[in-house]
Design a protein around this ligand. Structure first.
Ligand code: LCS
Length: 400
């Protein structure tokens, strides 16, 4: 006898969650490319104002395509648990800004790990400080040091982390961080962009908030800039995040939501191949004599390999490797033929960039050095081309 499924698997949720067939019967919901929505009469207006109907009024407040995408992402991050909701933003940075402004007000403090995506680093170090939100760094959020930092800063309301981190691929223990932060009354925000919910579900490990740059694997095809905040904290979502998106207005277009929703349907399938290709390319790089160091959580040589194995369901497609000098890095990047010299990541195509002069140029050189971002460091986002073709391009570019 077939047992009734109480929870659908991720590959199913990615395709079906949040999908609402249009009144026309359209199988794929259309793009509601409209700024405003009509009401049949004042009774409908009043019902909405009284909270008795969740009809749409204006696309800054909400749009059916945005609702569908939010429901799908919440289902994936929630892994079948109830009470998780998401809000979709116009960019990953808009989502991160809302998550931080929702959890840290003037006079509050944010603790982060040392290495972060360059713009997130700049937002915390140089933008939020202008609103009276201070910050401090704990290299890898090591438990003892984090406990101590929280004691030094009892005004801490948020611990913000990225794992794996951009670009060094260092891995942070989400469950341990959440336990320590919660004891001190701080919320934990995890940027899950590199792992995606297919490989890592921070809310199930105790994190309060997940943020995404949906620009990356979630969309997967390099066609949209977007972001998301996902959380099980209903008060935070209702009182802070819903208000921040509406009143700061960083909303995505209906077309961008539609493209992202279509891309997201194949995320579980794509991540399987991304992980397989990532492992093949990391193995090749680690063995190559011109490569001084290779950082990939799937390699035994990665300092947090064991933690990554416990915390993640696969190691992803991002690899950092060091060619020893700017000159060697530049020469390699200019010789690539198949792989593109470009920022961003998580696309079907392989993208390669130089963090010190591209994604992390906004981080001051001494901070870059503290984060392990050397001038010889290169980051690759391994795509879905045949791994042999990717490796062959890397090999010819590394060659003499
Ligand atoms: N979080 C992470 C981990 C990111 O890598 C990025 C963008 C963001 C947030 C911001 O998202 P956005 O506003 O761009 O959608 N990372 C980029 C990168 O590594 N290369 O180009 C952009």
């Amino acid at each position: 006898m077939m047992r009734k499924q109480t929870r659908r698997e991720m590959a199913t949720e990615a395709i079906h969650a949040g999908e609402a067939h249009d009144i026309s019967g359209a199988h794929i919901a259309p793009i509601y490319q409209t700024s405003t929505f009509t009401f049949p009469d004042m009774a409908a207006v009043e019902a909405r104002a009284a909270g008795e109907s969740d009809s749409y009024m204006y696309s800054r407040g909400g749009n059916p395509g945005r609702t569908a995408l939010a429901a799908k992402l919440a289902a994936l991050e929630g892994g079948g648990t109830e009470g998780i909701s998401a809000e979709i933003f116009a960019s990953g940075m808009a989502a991160i800004t809302a998550a931080l402004m929702g959890t840290a007000k003037t006079g509050d403090h944010i603790i982060t790990q040392q290495v972060l995506y360059g713009s997130a680093d700049h937002l915390i170090s140089d933008v939020l400080t202008g609103f009276g939100v201070s910050n401090s760094r704990v290299a890898g959020l090591e438990p003892e040091v984090l406990r101590n930092e929280l004691k030094q800063h009892p005004e801490t309301t948020a611990v913000y982390l990225e794992t794996p981190a951009n670009p060094t691929m260092s891995v942070i223990d989400i469950a341990a961080t959440a336990e320590i932060a919660h004891r001190a009354g701080a919320k934990v925000i995890v940027d899950n962009t590199f792992a995606t919910p297919v490989l890592q579900r921070p809310l199930g490990m105790g994190a309060d908030v997940v943020v995404h740059s949906t620009t990356k694997f979630i969309n997967g095809h390099g066609t949209v800039i977007g972001g998301a905040v996902v959380s099980s904290d209903e008060v935070l979502m209702a009182d802070e995040i819903a208000s921040l998106i509406r009143f700061t207005g960083g909303v995505p277009s209906p077309f961008d939501c539609w493209l992202t929703n279509v891309g997201l349907k194949t995320l579980p399938l794509r991540m399987r191949q991304h992980c397989a290709n990532g492992m093949d390319v990391a193995g090749f790089l680690e063995e190559h004599p011109a490569v001084a160091a290779t950082a990939y959580p799937g390699l035994k040589s990665h300092p947090q390999h064991e933690l990554a194995g416990r915390q993640m369901d696969g190691f992803g497609a991002l690899i950092a490797f060091d060619l020893g000098s700017y000159e060697a890095a530049a020469r390699f990047l200019e010789r690539l033929e198949l792989c593109s010299l470009a920022v961003s990541l998580g696309n079907v195509d392989t993208l390669i960039e130089h963090p010190a002069s591209m994604t992390h140029a906004v981080v001051p050189p001494e901070e870059r050095a503290a984060s392990g971002i050397t001038d010889g460091l290169i980051r690759i986002s391994v795509g879905l081309e045949d791994a042999a073709d990717i490796i062959s391009d890397l090999d010819q570019a590394l060659g003499t």
